[in-house]
Design a protein around this ligand. Structure first.
Ligand SMILES: [Fe+2]
Length: 144
């Protein structure tokens, strides 16, 4: 008699992990958009800060594109966004506005810190997904 074939590390486990990844990434992009909105709310209003206001607006635009892409991915894969969505909005905005109130340097430091964390975070996911979800891994490389 042949031995029963042990279940493969199930498709459902992979799906759960994938949902987790997409949900976290979506929250991250949502947070990023709101950090820039918070920074713009402060620096965009200040006289003589037109240059940085324009830069922030441009960066917010990039993050909005990322967010829209994750909105679509969540839809495609039938993954619900995190229940913390409202918290991310407020926390992102507060972080952006707070660091902007400390000045342009603090605002830049905040952006750089967040971006370097996100960069590492995506690098880990890309490595994890490259075999099973090469297409998604390729998309994530674009967001880095
Ligand atoms: Fe992004």
């Amino acid at each position: 008699m042949s031995k029963p074939i042990p279940p493969r590390p199930g498709a459902s486990a992979v799906r759960t992990r994938l949902a987790e990844i997409l949900r976290v990434d979506h929250a991250g992009e949502l947070g990023a958009v709101h950090i820039y909105q918070g920074q713009r709310a402060v620096l965009g209003a200040a006289k003589g800060r037109e240059r940085i206001a324009a830069q922030l607006e441009e960066m917010e635009g990039h993050e909005a594109v990322h967010l829209a892409r994750f909105d679509a991915l969540l839809n495609e894969r039938k993954v619900r966004p995190t229940l913390m969505t409202p918290v991310w909005r407020v926390a992102g905005f507060a972080l952006g506005a707070g660091t902007a109130l400390m000045g342009e340097k603090a605002a830049h430091a905040c952006t750089e810190a967040v971006e370097s964390v996100i960069e590492q975070h995506y690098a880990g996911q890309i490595a994890e997904l490259s075999e099973q979800e090469p297409e998604l891994a390729a998309q994530l490389s674009q967001f880095r």
